[in-house]
Structures are given as C-alpha cells and as structure tokens.
Write a protein that binds this ligand. Sequence first.
Ligand SMILES: [Zn+2]
Length: 382
Amino acid sequence: MTAITSTRLSDGRELIYFDDPGTNAARAAGPADQRGLPPRGEPGEVRFDALTDEWVAVAAHRQARTHLPPADQCPICPTTPSNPSEIPAADYDVVVFENRFPSLGPALGPVPENAAWGTKGPAYGRCEVVSFTPEHTGSFSTLSETRSRTVIEAWAQRTEALSSLAGIKQVFPFENRGADIGVTLHHPHGQIYAYPYVTPRAGVLGSAAQRYYEKHDGRETLTGSLLKAERQDGSRMVMEGENFSAYVPFAARWPLEIHLVPHRHVPDLAALSGEEKDELAHVYLDLLKRLDALYPTPTPYISAWHQAPLVPELRASGYLHLQLTSPRRAADKLKYLAGSEAAMGAFINDTTPESVAERLRATVPAPATAAAEAAPSQGVPA
Ligand SMILES: [Zn+2]
C-alpha cells in the first residue's frame, strides 16, 4: 500500500508525501518547514471572453516565479542545510504540494453565473505540483515501475480530493516535459490543475461524448466505441494490454500523438481498480520509453489526463483517457503552432497516424536504467 502523510508548509500550503510500499513513512513526518514564508496572496483574476464563451485566467503575479534554477537551488529537491526547499524532508518518494505561484487559487469558490461581456471574478481553484522522485535528473520514463505506481496512486488520490473542493468543475493532472514545451524546472515533475470551470477543450470533447452517449441511450460511450474500432482495425494500435490499450488517433493533430484508454468505462483516475493501476504503471512507462527511443535525444511531450468534468450533464458520458502529444517532427525539428493552428485552431499534420503507429510499434523501449533496477522491488498489492 502507498502510505500517505499530509502536512503544512510555513505559509499554510498543504504538502502530501506518497511513499512507495515498504518505505518507512515515519520519515515524512520529520522536520517541519523552517523557512517562515510570508502569507499567501490573493488569487489572480478570471475574465470571460464573450467572443468565444471561454474563461481566461489572468495571472500577472506569476511573472516572479522560479525559472530554471541551478540544480543546487532546486525548489523540489529534498531540503539540505544549503537549500531549504519546498520539501522539508531530507528524502521522499513522491510528493504533492500546492504551487507557491498558482494560476488558480488559493481561495476557492464558483465563477460568476450568467457570464457575459465584461464579467470577471477571482481566479479560484487549486494548482498542485507533483514531484515524481527526489532525484534532480532523469524523467518519468526512468522511474521504476514501483515508483510509477506510486505516482498513479497520488494522481488518483488528488483527483478524488480536489473533486470534492468547493466550486471545482474539472481536475487535470498533466506533465510538460522538456524545455521546448516551456518547462521552467528540470526536476522530474508534473502538475494538477483544479479549475472552477470546464476548460474549452474538455467542453468540446465532453459535448461530443454526451451526444454520442445519448444517441445510444447510455449504452455506448464515444471513447469506448472508438477503442473497439481501433482494436479491430489494428493499423493505428501501439500496444494492447489486459486493461489498457494505446493507439494513434485517426485524426491525430500532432506529429506524435498517442491516446491511452482504459478498457473499462471510468470517469477518472480515482475510479480505477488496484489491478488497473498496476497495469497502468507498466504501460505508461512503456509508452514514454517508446517516445524517447524514437530519437537520439529525449522527446519533449505534453502528457494530459482527460477526466470527466464535474458537471452532471458531462459526467456520465465522460471517459478517462490520456492524450500524449509531442510537437517533434524530426530529430532536430519541432512543429510550431503558427497561423492555421494558433489563429484558426485548424491543424495540419505532416505525418500520417498509421506511419507513426508503425514506428512506435517497432520501437524497442530502452531497458530499465540502473537507478530504476536498483529501486525496491516490492510487489504492489492489487
Ligand atoms: Zn531538484
């Protein structure tokens, strides 16, 4: 079992240790944050864009946030005498804490109703940082399977906890990997945003899923039907497991795009069974290793968990899945979102989904690293 220990940083932010099975969780309850940080500020602002019916968060206060600090001043390495970091413990496995420079929050509440031109409100919500490892270098793909499983447990626990907070309408765990994606911190980590509104993309996907679900009287889901069709066709499949399968979508937008889908219809990570999470720990690592094996240098990517929004009309038809995308179109070339994509949202993909799937299937994932092999090998209980 993953041990979970919650504590508070000196400015009141919540910090939660998630320990691998077999780790002495008592260490996490050790030293408190000694930094005496100033109180947290007020939230930024959300403004309603009447041109698109979308909320935009205005977070000017984030300009002061940490940007690519040197390794000896990393804010998510364990605390040392010379680097009193965000993590008070001298060691940890996985840790989640409230972002000191959040785009949303720390206050919670609803966005204004009946939004129209000129409507604005506090940027309520919560932004959390998920550190995957105490090691400053490496990436998710170099974690052990045991550690991967602990991160998944953290995502699931945070999804459940954040979903119950006042005003939250969507919980989004994600990872930006690589400076090309705009990462401001090299230490392997991800983030979780809890929004007070359904994001534009989740709204579009959710509406399509809802229409399909209603057309089939609640017996078929759009994502479930797509998964079935992709598995029958086979040409875009990347891998098939007992509980999860991955494919390149029929109309992929990005040079590299993979969707990882559970076979069972669940709304979010919190609804996965122990057995499903065990398999996910393996297949997610496998996919990331395939991405990294495509080119001589690590592949930048965005790993985005799409979970059913917390609004009744989109909840039942919502279907958990991961969208893993990369702008890399050659060893030394990135796709930039230019006129057609950025201005019109009209994507033009220079690769065919079938050829990308073939490459990913043929790729042999790199073997586990020495660090991953040296990690504790306790079995993860189902
Ligand atoms: Zn670090």
